[in-house]
Design a protein around this ligand. Structure first.
Ligand SMILES: Cc1ncc(COP(=O)(O)O)c(C=O)c1O
Length: 448
């Protein structure tokens, strides 16, 4: 393939708006032209370790011919046909059936979307629909957490707890409530006798009682908060959240857009805590990012409500690309790779190596927190580790560390001063070592 003129590519913002566009952040973009395994290659032939599986999604690694062949075969046979009620296609049926086998408990029914935010909007709408149909029409509010990232469509954006994503897009919608997140490094419960997990779970109970249980439709949370810098909750948090949601008839939505399909060592992240939500939302890893696909998996009870609606109250929710045959065919082939190659088990093993390796950076004077689970980790640098005082955000320490890492051959992203690590499950021990060394050098030189 010829790549065209590099200078012209570098001026792409003359006609292309990038996600999170900002001129200052697009001066020297990485023009990735080829990928293989855990390696990205730029136009000049320089290699980088993909320290974030691109956008936390290329779980099985790059360059998989099986996925290319699954897509090509499906496009030739049936590239697209509607999946609206009254029509169906074989890959969508097969993938939904496979997800029924993989999802926990009574989560047996899948509706497909094309990404993460639209899956979360679908879940929020479905929760509201469920309560409308149960003759509890005031149950519409959605509780989510600070630091949450659920995407940028209007519903998902309002559930997102990172203010930067909604501050300049008009006032937030009524009916969205943000509570504290179980962020062990920074969260200080008001009651010092209570642990972080229990206190953050109590924040949910308090919010439900404050708003009124008859007004709350759902609580949505990422099993591990990813985009905010891999915030891993204490072990007691999710079981308590499940109890509280059940106690107050609040549907529990697990946003598994990052944690789904192996990232923390289970098919779905909630299984780490043996928790069964009412709705799982997924995207990214279901196809390892090769084609866009997402969806929601709902419980038998929610499906019953959809399936047995009277004609004039049907679940009027749809996307043109729900159950896209090509995307579903790639999804099936991707799940087969994960299973056949034992990649979820590998993710667990390599995840332990990653976190052990990152812990060696503890000796650096400004490394504050090192956290992770499976192949999902972060190093948070702070100005003063003793008091956990962060750097002035204007210094952009995290961004400078990530830039330095890129110069030295490792690609990743940060949130504030937390540098994220989530390589593909095929990452080798040597690649992990190199990534950790490059990170250590970058942290040392930027914070010196
Ligand atoms: C947990 C989580 N939910 C939702 C989304 C949004 O997904 P998308 O960008 O496909 O809309 C993301 C994206 O990173 C995510 O990390």
């Amino acid at each position: 393939m010829t790549y065209g003129d590099r200078d012209q590519l570098l001026r792409d913002d003359a006609y292309l708006i990038h996600p999170l566009q900002h001129s200052g952040e697009h001066d020297d973009p990485l023009i990735c032209v080829r990928t293989e395994g855990s390696t990205l290659t730029d136009m000049e032939g320089k290699d980088y370790i993909d320290g974030l599986s691109s956008l936390w999604n290329v779980n099985v690694g790059h360059g998989r011919r099986e996925l290319a062949e699954a897509a090509a075969d499906q496009i030739v046979e049936l590239g697209f046909f509607s999946c609206y009620a009254g029509a169906t296609n074989v890959p969508a049926v097969r993938l939904a059936n496979r997800l029924r086998e993989l999802a926990p408990g009574p989560l047996n029914y899948t509706f497909f979307t094309s990404g993460g935010a639209v899956s979360n909007d679908s879940a929020i709408k479905t929760a509201r629909y469920f309560w409308q149909r149960a003759d509890r029409p005031d149950k519409t509010k959605v509780i989510s957490r600070k630091h949450a990232y659920h995407g940028v469509t209007i519903g998902a954006m309002n559930a997102t707890g990172l203010e930067a994503y909604w501050a300049d897009f008009g006032s937030s919608l009524p009916g969205y409530v943000h509570i504290d997140a179980p962020y062990p490094y920074h969260y200080r419960p008001a009651d010092s006798g209570v642990g972080c997990g229990e206190a953050a779970a109590r924040a949910l109970e308090e919010a439900i009682l404050r708003e009124g249980p008859d007004t709350v439709a759902a609580f949505i949370g990422e099993p591990v908060q990813g985009a905010a810098g891999v915030i891993v909750p204490p072990e007691d948090y999710w079981p308590r959240i499940r109890e509280i949601c059940t106690k107050y008839d609040v549907l529990l939505i697990a946003d598994e857009v990052i944690t789904g399909f192996g990232r923390i060592g289970h098919w779905f992240g909630v299984s780490h805590w043996d928790v069964v939500p009412d709705i799982i939302t997924f995207a990214k890893g279901v196809t390892s990012g090769y084609v866009p696909l997402g969806g929601i998996i709902v419980s038998d009870e929610i499906h019953d409500c959809i399936q047995h609606a009277p004609g004039d109250r049907k679940w009027n929710h749809s996307f043109t690309y729900s159950g896209h045959p090509t995307c579903c065919a790639v999804g099936l082939a991707n799940l087969e790779i994960l299973e056949k190659e034992g990649l979820i088990e590998r993710c667990r093993v390599m995840g332990e190596k990653l976190i052990d390796g990152l812990r060696t950076l503890r000796t650096l004077p400004h490394v504050g927190d090192i956290r992770g689970i499976g192949l999902m980790a972060a190093v948070e640098v702070v100005e003063d580790p003793a008091s956990r005082r962060p750097y002035d955000p204007a210094l952009k320490i995290g961004g400078r560390i990530v830039k330095k890492m890129l110069e030295n051959g490792v690609y990743t992203r940060c949130r504030g001063d937390s540098v994220n690590f989530a390589p593909p499950f095929v990452v080798t021990a040597a690649e992990l070592d190199r990534m950790i060394n490059v990170a250590g050098d970058a942290i040392e030189s930027v914070t010196a």
